[in-house]
Design a protein around this ligand. Structure first.
Ligand SMILES: Nc1nc2c(ncn2[C@@H]2O[C@H](COP(=O)(O)OP(=O)(O)OP(=O)(O)O)[C@@H](O)[C@H]2O)c(=O)[nH]1
Ligand SMILES: [Mg+2]
Length: 263
């Protein structure tokens, strides 16, 4: 039997959102995963006291909520990598990524988990497939996001429509097979890179429609620096992850070859 689902929730200054997000996620996961789940908050020493709120939630919900405190803010990618390592060491069977600002609806965790339980290796919450969308962005932000996904798709030769989203569910084996210690990207490029690595390994990636909402509380950490990093790094990914192109059957954590999916 696969292990439990772990939700990795990176936070930087999410004091106004964390209680709401964790509450909603607990409710969804309690019914989608009645055998147990874990919510791991990964906080980078947020100056607004998010870490203390996370500690209180962990004390109130032992066995369900846990906190990983990091002393330095090094970006979303490194925070996720630390969270993944912790989740895998803790026996996770499935690992979710989700923003902690309610842009991703915690109720959708159930659909992502169902997609993976139904045979996907990775389920991506997707704004750019039928039924998905963005609720309240202006024209510029929509254009930047769509162009970013288009650019990454073209640069890497992939079919996935929403490559930059950060609402995902991985089978734990996928995270073990994609050589996480060599991941270098931080922002949007991090999301592109993980999906690309999974596809190169032959894993089955499916898109699950989601509606993305703008945060109502707290401030965005999206910056031009992150967008520029993505534009610069994505074309280099082809070379950077070439070592993952080996047939999955020979990979250390290989699955049986009959499950190979060609992207
Ligand atoms: N631990 C950690 N979390 C981060 C860091 N940067 C962003 N986050 C969290 O990652 C999630 C996504 O960040 P957002 O600020 O919402 O960035 P975004 O979604 O690209 O931008 P908006 O759509 O404008 O909100 C949120 O839960 C943030 O709190 C970081 O450096 N460290
Ligand atoms: Mg956000």
């Amino acid at each position: 039997m696969p292990g439990r689902p772990w939700l990795v929730l990176p936070t930087f200054n999410e004091a106004e959102n964390l209680d709401l997000v964790v509450d909603a996620a607990r409710r969804t996961l309690a019914s989608a995963a009645p055998d147990g789940f874990r919510i791991l908050v990964v906080d980078d020493d947020s100056p607004d006291g998010t870490g203390a709120i996370a500690d209180r939630l962990a004390a109130d919900h032992p066995g369900e909520v846990e906190v990983l405190h990091r002393t330095e803010r090094t970006g979303l990618g490194p925070a996720y990598l630390a969270g993944f390592a912790h989740a895998l060491a803790g026996g996770a069977g499935y690992v979710f990524e989700m923003d902690a600002d309610l842009s991703h609806d915690p109720a959708d965790l159930a659909r992502l988990l169902a997609a993976v339980r139904d045979g996907a290796d990775v389920a991506l919450g997707s704004r750019y497939v039928a039924g998905g969308g963005v609720a309240d962005w202006g024209a510029t932000r929509r254009w930047v996001s769509r162009t970013g996904s288009w650019y990454a798709r073209r640069a890497l030769g992939l079919e996935v429509r929403d490559l930059t989203g950060g609402f995902k569910c991985f089978r734990a084996d996928v995270l073990r097979a994609i050589d996480l210690p060599t991941v270098r990207s931080h922002g949007y490029a991090f999301q592109v890179e993980l999906t690309y690595r999974a596809l190169l390994r032959g894993f089955r990636v499916v898109e699950v429609p989601i509606v993305f909402r703008d945060r109502e509380r707290g401030t965005s950490k999206m910056s031009w620096r992150i967008a520029v990093e993505a534009a610069w790094l994505v074309p280099q990914l082809r070379r950077g992850v070439a070592h993952l192109r080996q047939p999955i059957a020979r990979a250390q954590d290989a699955k049986p070859p009959d499950r190979i999916h060609t992207a």
